[in-house]
Design a protein around this ligand. Structure first.
Ligand SMILES: NC(=O)c1ccc[n+]([C@@H]2O[C@H](COP(=O)([O-])OP(=O)(O)OC[C@H]3O[C@@H](n4cnc5c(N)ncnc54)[C@H](OP(=O)(O)O)[C@@H]3O)[C@@H](O)[C@H]2O)c1
Length: 270
């Protein structure tokens, strides 16, 4: 089976590619580095030709209005090229992501939607890391609890869905880690393992959006993110689900294991 993996150099895509390879699938890695561009439809056919399945993630937040149109268009072209199974990465509790999910559900392919909790790897890879290097996390999460998920578990579930025939077709899976932690508690675990204190500075979503525009994010993009943060971080996602256990037959990785490994790799070193 050949699987197209979008975002193959990103947090989830790189792990999906590795897990798919380990499962014996042929991986076609898609990102701008390999000539695939979400913003340029002329690059899509070469990526899709001969693929049997695809892992779809959108580089903008999946709830961003631009995501649904692009995902729907790519899903349609995928089906026209004979791709039979689409697995979409979505956000848990994110009403704004429904249009993108609906676009995949209406594609005509077998589909599986994977709604993920907040990634543990947001603390080790991506835009928050720069602030952490300075010793702080400024974020609009208040004291809300979130069952952080290790992106390797997302990848394992994606590959299980791709290799289980139609068992997870027409299914929406909600993936969480095994225990809810507030961002303050998560940072305390990181501080202990890294041997360095990190300050958690909760701010309002609006203040956070203003900071984003200060970093050059266009105001309309920031407005979308503010709305998403305001709704997502209101406690609706604090409970854990059993979907990782159902699909993989094991418990999801614990946040403490992620922290120990990332600390040992020097991620938050002084
Ligand atoms: N962070 C969370 O906690 C969380 C939770 C649930 C869902 N999500 C969803 O996860 C998605 C992001 O996934 P991720 O964190 O795995 O990605 P990521 O780490 O942000 O990486 C983005 C990937 O997309 C590629 N990319 C960027 N622009 C592109 C373009 N124009 N055309 C083609 N490829 C492009 C990048 O590679 P190149 O730069 O080489 O192109 C990279 O491989 C979002 O839709 C978000 O809503 C996130």
């Amino acid at each position: 089976m050949t699987v197209l993996v979008t975002g193959a150099s990103g947090r989830t895509g790189s792990r999906v590619a590795a897990a798919a390879q380990a499962a014996g699938l042929t991986v076609r890695a898609a990102s701008r580095a390999t000539g695939f561009d979400w913003a340029d439809r002329s690059t899509w056919a070469a990526a899709l030709r001969g693929a049997d399945a695809a892992y779809l993630m959108h580089p903008a937040d999946i709830g961003h209005p631009s995501a649904a149109g692009a995902i729907g268009a790519l899903a349609g072209e995928a089906v026209a090229h004979g791709v039979r199974h689409l697995v979409l990465l979505s956000g848990r509790g994110e009403d704004q992501a429904r249009p993108a999910e609906e676009a995949v559900e209406a594609s005509g392919a077998d589909w599986t939607v994977v709604r993920a909790a907040w990634f543990a790897q947001n603390f080790s890879e991506g835009p928050l890391v720069e602030g952490l290097r300075q010793g702080e996390l400024v974020f609009p999460a208040g004291e809300v609890a979130e069952p952080f998920i290790d992106v390797r578990d997302i990848a394992d579930v994606v590959v299980a869905a791709l290799t289980a025939g139609d068992r997870y077709a027409s299914r929406t899976l909600e993936l969480t880690g095994p225990r809810p932690l507030s961002f303050r508690e998560a940072l305390a675990e990181i501080s202990k393992a890294a041997g360095r204190d990190f300050a958690y500075i909760p701010v309002s979503a609006r203040e956070y959006g203003e900071a984003l525009t200060g970093f050059g994010i266009p105001p309309e993009e920031a407005a979308v993110l503010i709305e998403i943060f305001e709704t997502l971080l209101d406690g609706r996602n604090s409970h854990v689900t059993a979907d990782v256990r159902e699909v993989l037959g094991r418990e999801p990785r614990d946040f403490a294991d992620f922290v120990a490994e990332a600390a040992a790799a020097g991620t938050w070193g002084v």
